[in-house]
Design a protein around this ligand. Structure first.
Ligand code: NDP
Length: 451
């Protein structure tokens, strides 16, 4: 790193931290991108003069709103709603909605910032956004979730639209929540449009949208493994999470010939030495998506497996690790265990699940490692395809969508190779993804003048 680049990064980060205090996740995400793209800024001074990075870290719009609702006992509850519309240089704002008690402005801004580059990588015309609430759906009745979603959408509807901002799901927002949100949007706006993605198949959804993120993670990992003449066949895979992304990443890895030995939730993880099979996968789907149970119940159902309360799965010996739960879930200690146990590939399904210290250990050991903005882009890519299908009033077959998902993940992988290959031949996927996404968004912003 040149002296200029080092000085630029440290000056920029001090300014960012002073201007956005108490937002550690946002600082972390910006620093990662800045470290990757600073050499581009040095190479193209017109981007520096255009203050492109300063503009990118300032959201175009932030909406924070009150979400009042009544619980089943008749008590009034108040939550906080957010929508961060980060960047619309290459298309309407697009990004998920998260319902989790940890949601705050820092997490919303980090996710919206990441989303901007991820969406640029998909090659589809989508800007970056993220939204959510500190509402916790866990333990709530369907009626409570519906009342909350209706109140949330009553405010959000005035800020979104199919050509303006198109939300989707994320942690705590799956098919049930998208249904309630879409129903209220349609009722208030009197329009049946593609304003939300992740819709049910019968009412505007795309085939393969539920599977898209997890499947895309495995398609991306396949490409990474192929650079070293490897594949999923016969490999042992550790997956964290048990939600949408984890379920379909695990299922695809299994179908590609790997043995998936773990799943987790925020209470602990299960280790199944025999690996997942189709019957166990169907059980997990029923447990998590219908019964809304906890992953420890898997160990009760399959006695050959073990439940480890309060722990993460990184100490289990594996060839491939797929972190698919949440941000900063894989720390330095976990990364060191993966390296010591001979893991060869870490492909992120979640957004920013690996801490900077853990990334340094993984990349230092020259493991294959990809950031979520590249490897989990399959979800938003198929959301983009859902928008297209809604606009042209058509439905594509699962085979057609899968072929496009494959193509998009391959294109993203190629972009990472193009911009991320280092002098010794090691592919730095972080640098590759950040640089490719940044150059596209920066170019569009420069073309459109000072807006
Ligand atoms: P889900 O809500 O379906 O599942 C989330 C899973 O992660 C659950 O098993 C949950 O456990 C666990 N989890 C959540 N918070 C924590 C925490 N603080 N500590 C430990 N475990 C936690 O969400 P998704 O599968 O949709 O999302 C998972 C990740 O993938 C997120 O980072 C999301 O941003 C990212 N992502 C999702 C996309 C999508 O299409 N859905 C697209 C691209 C990225 P518990 O039940 O205990 O909360």
């Amino acid at each position: 790193m040149s002296r200029f680049t080092e000085k630029y990064i440290s000056g920029f980060m001090s300014g960012l931290q002073a201007r956005n205090p108490g937002e550690p996740e946002f600082h972390q995400a910006v620093k990662e991108v800045l470290t990757s793209v600073a050499p581009c800024l040095e190479a193209y001074p017109y981007l520096l003069d255009g203050k492109i990075m300063e503009r990118m870290v300032e959201p175009e719009r932030v909406i924070i709103f009150r979400v009042p609702w009544m619980d089943d006992s008749g008590e009034i509850q108040i939550n906080r709603g957010f929508r961060v519309q980060m960047n619309s240089a290459i298309g309407p704002y697009k990004g998920g909605i998260r319902f989790h008690p940890s949601v705050n402005l820092s997490i919303m801004k980090f996710l919206a910032f990441e989303q901007t580059f991820k969406n640029a990588l998909t090659t589809l015309p989508m800007g970056g956004a993220k939204g959510g609430s500190d509402f916790n759906p866990r333990g709530k009745s369907d009626a409570e979730v519906m009342r909350f979603c209706q109140s949330f959408m009553t405010e959000l509807q005035r800020h979104i639209g199919q050509d303006t901002d198109v939300p989707a799901g994320d942690i705590g927002v799956g098919g049930r929540e998208i249904g309630y949100l879409f129903g209220q949007y349609k009722r208030l706006r009197d329009e049946f449009s593609g304003t939300l993605t992740g819709k049910g198949f019968a009412w505007g959804g795309s085939s393969l949208r539920p599977e898209a993120t997890g499947f895309g993670v495995c398609y991306f990992a396949q490409q990474m493994l192929a650079t070293r003449g490897e594949s999923f066949e016969g490999k042992t895979v550790v997956v964290s999470g048990a939600g949408n992304v984890a379920q379909y990443a695990a299922a695809k890895a299994m179908r590609l010939g790997a043995k998936v030995v773990t799943l987790s939730d925020s209470d602990g993880f299960i280790f199944d030495p025999d690996g997942l099979d189709e019957e166990k996968f169907a059980y997990v789907q029923q447990l998590k998506n219908v019964a809304r149970g906890r992953i420890k119940e898997y160990a009760a159902k399959y006695p050959a497996s073990t439940y480890y309360p309060g722990e993460r799965p990184w100490g289990i010996k594996c060839d491939i690790a797929l972190p698919c739960a949440t941000q900063n879930e894989l720390d330095a200690e976990g990364a060191q265990k993966l390296v010591d146990n001979g893991c060869i590939c870490v492909t992120e399904g979640a957004n920013m699940p690996t801490t900077p210290e853990a990334i340094a250990i993984i990349q230092g050991a020259k493991l294959l490692y990809s950031p979520g903005k590249a490897s989990n882009a399959g979800g938003v890519a198929v959301s983009g395809l859902e928008m297209t299908q809604n606009s042209i009033r058509q439905k594509w077959t699962p085979e057609e969508v899968d072929a496009q998902l494959h193509r998009i993940m391959t294109d993203i992988h190629e972009a990472c190779i193009k911009y991320g290959t280092e002098e010794d031949g090691y592919v730095n996927y972080v640098k590759g993804a950040n640089t490719a996404g940044f150059l596209k968004v920066a170019g569009a912003m420069m073309d459109q003048g000072l807006v």
